[in-house]
Design a protein around this ligand. Structure first.
Ligand code: GTP
Ligand code: MG
Length: 445
């Protein structure tokens, strides 16, 4: 499905990846090409706009790593943003522990793949998670629907509950009872499709959902639907409060861009993709893998990742030297605080200094305090940040006023800074073994 967009990106990036310099100008050209190809791939206009803005901002703000060329780095930035749009991390199904029955309800338009997906999910949960699954046939309208689900259950080798074959709400209710009596742990409910959003059918789906209170209510979306898919998903979410999306027919040659807009527009994660008609034709949706596949540039992405790591190590080394020579300034401190709020304490630069990591493990970062400390340092002039000794009476007052804190608070920050600076130095000298040293002082209450 992604072939076209991958091809377009490969062509666009072919030009940029050799570039030794990235300027606003050549980024603009590339971005406008990317914009075109995303729109051509049927990605929602607003999603494209936000995406391009995000990429531009990051690309222009990023420090250029020495060992890769800017084109390569740009591809990595692009890749990361793409992962973000696709949903960041894989979102697992939220099911209860096996002692309690978990319920998954599937909903979607006619022919989107609900019944097929019910079987695939059953097969997946049974084989990958050892779950005891049963399917409930709550589509009683289409004549062959129940037989279809029976066939599906057979190929997945799981149980099926058909009940009175008349009243979907009743069937769902009884299926729960049956599942519990038979010590099954997962109930998957197949529902009737509709051609459009149809009030009566939606009401019925809502009634079933209210009755069974599913752990997962998954919207089954046909990748081939195009832009309308986003609107339909939105509507289903409004009425049923879906918990996630499964994109079916990912193996088709549809443009598929609309599907990518779903996550951005309704904020619900894509959990699986359907990749064939067969019972095992389902795959977990991993945003990073899909992004790599779309870009077709896995090599470059990992190359830049390595370079980033080297860069961070170099920075950590520089920091260590500064601390050793007592050159660690308030400006460095500010950068550390920035780093901490951006990446989380355990990934910060400090952690990469030998010996620091253990110290950092017990530190509970207080976000508010970090913000306040940042505000205080930001109210200092650059000169003051480089030499804390300049900060005396009237300067202290000015800084306090500028950052909206008391003078006492400014003094506390300075005291902490000096103390920690000394401690960090001692610690590095002693390979991290300073009894009673508490770096956490600086960042927590
Ligand atoms: N290639 C491919 N075909 C699929 C996939 N998922 C479903 N299909 C096909 O799509 C068609 C419709 O699938 P169903 O599972 O019957 O769809 P449904 O949502 O249950 O349809 P209704 O019950 O009529 O609402 C079938 O021919 C399936 O084989 C997929 O991931 N890949
Ligand atoms: Mg069906």
């Amino acid at each position: 499905m992604l072939d076209n967009i991958t091809k377009a990106f490969t062509d666009i990036f072919k030009n940029i990846s050799g570039n030794s310099k990235i300027s606003e100008n050549n980024i603009r050209k590339v971005l406008s090409d990317i914009r075109m190809s995303l729109l051509e791939a049927d990605v929602n206009v607003n999603v494209v706009r936000n995406f391009i803005n995000d990429v531009t901002e990051s690309a222009l703000g990023e420090k250029v790593l020495r060992s890769v060329n800017p084109g390569e780095q740009f591809i990595k930035i692009f890749h990361d943003k793409l992962v973000e749009v696709l949903g960041d991390k894989y979102q697992e199904l939220k099911l209860k522990p096996r002692e309690t029955l978990s319920i998954i309800m599937l909903a979607g338009l006619q022919g989107s793949g609900k019944t097929t997906t019910a079987g695939k999910l059953a097969h997946f949960l049974k084989n990958e998670h050892g779950r005891k699954v049963i399917l409930a046939a709550c589509d009683v309208y289409r004549p062959a629907a129940i037989e279809q689900l029976e066939k599906v259950a057979q190929s997945a080798q799981v149980d099926i509950f058909t009940g009175d074959k008349k009243n979907p709400v009743k069937i769902a209710k009884e299926a729960i009872k049956y599942a519990k009596q038979n010590s099954l742990d997962t109930l998957i409910i197949d529902t009737a499709g509709r051609l459009h959003i149809d009030k009566e059918m939606m009401n019925e789906a809502q009634k079933i959902a209210n009755e069974v209170k599913p752990d997962e209510l998954l919207f089954i979306s046909d990748s081939m639907t195009g832009q309308n898919a986003v609107e339909v998903a939105k509507e289903f979410d409004k009425i049923l409060e879906i918990t996630g999306v499964i994109l079916t027919k990912f193996d088709s040659d549809a443009r598929g861009g609309a599907s990518f807009s779903i996550k951005s527009v309704i904020g619900k994660p894509i959990k699986f993709i359907g990749i064939s008609e067969k019972i095992d034709g389902i795959e977990i949706f991993h945003p990073d893998r899909i992004a790599t596949r779309i870009l077709g540039m896995g090599d470059i992405v990992s190359l830049v990742e390595k370079a980033e790591k080297v860069y961070e190590e170099e920075e950590a080394l520089k920091l260590e030297q500064k601390i050793r020579k007592q050159e660690f300034t308030l400006q460095d401190f500010l950068e550390q605080l920035d780093q901490m709020s951006k990446m989380g304490p355990l990934e910060g630069l400090l952690e990469m200094i030998p010996g620091m990591k253990d110290q950092m493990q017990n530190v509970n970062i207080d976000e508010k305090r970090i913000k306040r400390q940042k505000a205080i340092i930001q109210s200092m002039t650059f000169k003051e940040r480089l030499d804390y000794r300049l900060i005396l009476g009237s300067r202290k007052r000015r800084i306090a006023r500028g950052s909206g804190v008391s003078i006492l608070e400014v003094e506390k920050l300075l005291k902490n800074f000096m103390k920690s600076r000394q401690m960090m130095k001692n610690m590095i000298k002693n390979n991290g073994k300073i009894p009673g040293f508490d770096l956490g002082n600086m960042f927590t209450r």
